[in-house]
Design a protein around this ligand. Structure first.
Ligand code: C5P
Length: 228
């Protein structure tokens, strides 16, 4: 069976990663969470004092540091979960905190950050057989992807899912803070100059507000079968 590239884009916390991960597992493809890469760069900025006291990025300093930021992925064999590594250290938990979520969108709006990460992402997909999720996968990373999906759901539903996820992990969270963060990230992601979040013309739209995980999984598998 021919191998293809599957691009899954959409708004913050709309369940793209879960869908993408499930599909990749089912069809034996590699799964890459491109958002984790932007989160890892943001964590690096926090750890290296690259935000000034007002919370603004020290852009020129970050530019100098870019060559020292190495992001890799590894599957945890016990849980079968994909973990993100920043310069060899497992940062999977740290990159999911609300602090990183609230700082990641301005970092990912920087052109030199995007250029560096997009190049790595394209390299990861050069042999196809990959499912990648993010904001610009179908528009900028893999504009020729054979299957493109654009996922959306209402901000309230997305914030509730994220809230439940953090609570399940035992992290302290306020629903209002999360809703604000989801809406703010959508705004910055859609209005940035470089590769703003938008649906590729040839992407299939999925509003999953009222779909169960299993319904989404079946829907996505159907889309895949139509293409291969
Ligand atoms: O997917 P996730 O919500 O973890 O992504 C975190 C942030 O990374 C997004 O809010 C967005 O600002 C940025 N991002 C991006 N381009 C991607 C993936 C994520 O700009 N391809």
């Amino acid at each position: 069976m021919k191998k293809i590239v599957i691009a899954i884009d959409g708004f913050s916390s709309c369940g793209k990663s879960t869908m993408a991960k499930d599909l990749a597992k089912e069809i034996g493809y590699i799964y890459i969470d491109s958002g984790a890469m932007y989160r890892a760069v943001t964590l690096y900025c926090i750890e290296h004092d690259l935000f000034d006291p007002d919370g603004n990025i020290r852009t020129e300093a970050l530019r100098q540091h870019m060559d020292e930021i190495h992001i890799t992925f590894r599957i945890d064999t016990a849980t079968q979960r994909l973990h993100t590594f920043l310069n060899g250290k497992d940062v999977e938990e740290q990159i999911r905190t609300l602090e990183v979520s609230s700082k990641v969108s301005p970092v990912s709006a920087l052109d030199f950050v995007r250029h560096a990460l997009v190049r790595q992402q394209q390299d990861m997909g050069k042999d196809k057989g990959i499912v990648m999720d993010g904001r610009d996968i179908g528009t900028a990373v893999f504009p020729d992807a054979e299957l493109k999906i654009f996922v959306t759901a209402s901000p309230q539903i997305r914030a509730k899912r994220r809230y439940d996820e953090l609570c399940a992990k035992g992290q302290k969270a306020s629903f209002e803070d999360i809703l604000h963060n989801v809406e703010e990230r959508d705004r910055i992601d859609q209005t940035r100059t470089v590769s703003p979040l938008r649906k590729a013309e040839d992407a299939i739209l999925l509003d999953n507000s009222n779909l169960t995980l299993s319904e989404q999984k079946d829907w996505l598998l159907d889309q895949f079968k139509r293409v291969v």
